[in-house]
Design a protein around this ligand. Structure first.
Ligand code: B12
Ligand code: SF4
Ligand code: SF4
Length: 305
């Protein structure tokens, strides 16, 4: 076995030890096709008021500019699927926010991953990311052969669906690379047909119309009135285009204790949300992604449904 293959094996073993669901690797570099698509997405204004998406364009589409001397992008997937069902009459929270904030949970694991690579392989440098950085995470997950990108724009694993977080380790170490898998959406259009705000066209999203954007990303202003009737009780994110996806019938419940549902938050009815004080919110939403919208933001969302 070549040294590169040995290192690849070590990386995949570490991923398993740390509880990542899947690990795929591709060559660090310029994302030529995605750069063009992303540029036209921005030109159409599909990012709405997420102006941070316009920053660091060159680095976002080229990991060798983001992490100079990098050779490999390791993509890691973390399952967050929970079969806990919220009462549909109550204000709804998307599954990814049932438990503790994934940014913190996964960042801790990536830190350990990096230490273990340095212990088991030798001195390797690089950086790790989860969500917040200018990295086209879905494009890298696709490239590394783990998933295809569905018409709802989420990436889907053929055996376990799309309820996964993505994260990456970008390294100056050469590894064995995988090739992309095929697209299994076929003639299905369930996600597009079910989106209440018509945010989707096949393989593309108008972010500014997505409930996830309206309830989380749109800050310091009211949710435009034309969307109020369409929120279908969602007050933090939206899971509709994933719930209707036939590939999510294969989802398995995660085994990450930190993603266990915070029942106290999830079982609140509208009246309880309306009466919730800022102090109570701080206690209930401790370590939760809901902190991102703050008490004020959630109150606005509750008043919009
Ligand atoms: C901005 C953002 C959003 C925005 C915009 C959504 C979007 N699809 O981009 C908003 C706020 C709406 C959002 C919502 C959600 N998000 Co978000 N988001 C991001 C973020 C920060 C950047 C994504 C990005 O680069 N968008 C830019 C556009 C251009 O990218 P794109 O949609 O992939 O576009 C490509 C396709 O359109 C393709 N394309 C264009 N034409 C064609 C034609 C064909 C035929 C094909 C095949 C492809 C194709 O080219 C484009 C460029 O590659 C990433 C984290 C990251 N750093 O990557 C998380 C991320 C994508 N989000 C995530 C999640 C979980 C969500 C939500 C499910 C949360 C929720 N429950 O509310 C929803 C899902 C909504 C949806 N249907 O996408 C996960 C997705 C995991 C997965 N399995 O796919 C990510 C990766 C975060 C993470 N680390 O886990 N999100
Ligand atoms: S998350 Fe909801 S609003 Fe956003 S695209 Fe999917 S179905 Fe539409
Ligand atoms: S619902 Fe259908 S079209 Fe949409 S992502 Fe899933 S398989 Fe693809």
């Amino acid at each position: 076995m070549s040294l590169k293959s040995k290192h690849t094996l070590i990386v995949k073993q570490i991923a398993q030890e740390l509880g990542f669901s899947f690990c795929g690797i591709s060559k660090s570099g310029f994302l030529e096709i995605e750069a063009k698509d992303f540029e036209s997405w921005l030109k159409k204004g599909n990012n709405g008021k997420m102006t941070y998406m316009e920053n660091y364009f060159d680095k976002r589409v080229d990991t060798t500019l983001l992490v100079p001397d990098s050779k490999s992008v390791i993509t890691l997937m973390s399952n967050y699927y929970s079969d806990y069902k919220q009462n549909p009459e109550n204000p709804k929270i998307s599954r990814y926010a049932f438990g503790n904030d994934y940014h913190e949970v996964i960042k801790d694991k990536l830190k350990q991953f990096f230490i273990l690579i340095n212990q088991k392989i030798g001195e390797v440098s690089g950086r790790y990311f989860v969500d917040s950085a200018p990295v086209m995470e879905k494009a890298w997950a696709k490239k590394s052969g783990l998933v295809w990108q569905g018409k709802n724009t989420n990436v889907i694993h053929p055996k376990n669906g799309s309820f996964f977080f993505l994260s990456e380790i970008i390294l100056d170490l050469e590894l064995d690379y995988s090739t992309p898998i095929k697209d299994y959406c076929g003639t299905c259009t369930k996600c597009i047909d079910s989106c209440p705000t018509n945010a989707l066209t096949p393989y593309s999203i108008n972010g500014s119309k997505c409930i996830s954007y309206l309830t989380i990303e749109l800050k310091d202003e009211l949710i435009p009135i034309e969307f109020h009737q369409k929120l279908e009780n969602w007050i933090f994110g939206c899971d509709i285009c994933q719930e209707v996806c036939p590939w999510n019938k294969f989802s398995l419940v995660h085994n990450e204790i930190q993603f266990e549902p915070k029942i106290n938050l999830l079982e609140m009815n509208k009246k309880q949300w309306q009466e919730l004080s800022e102090e109570q919110f701080k206690i209930l939403a401790k370590n939760s992604p809901l902190k991102r919208s703050k008490w004020k933001g959630l109150k606005r969302n509750v008043e919009s449904i």
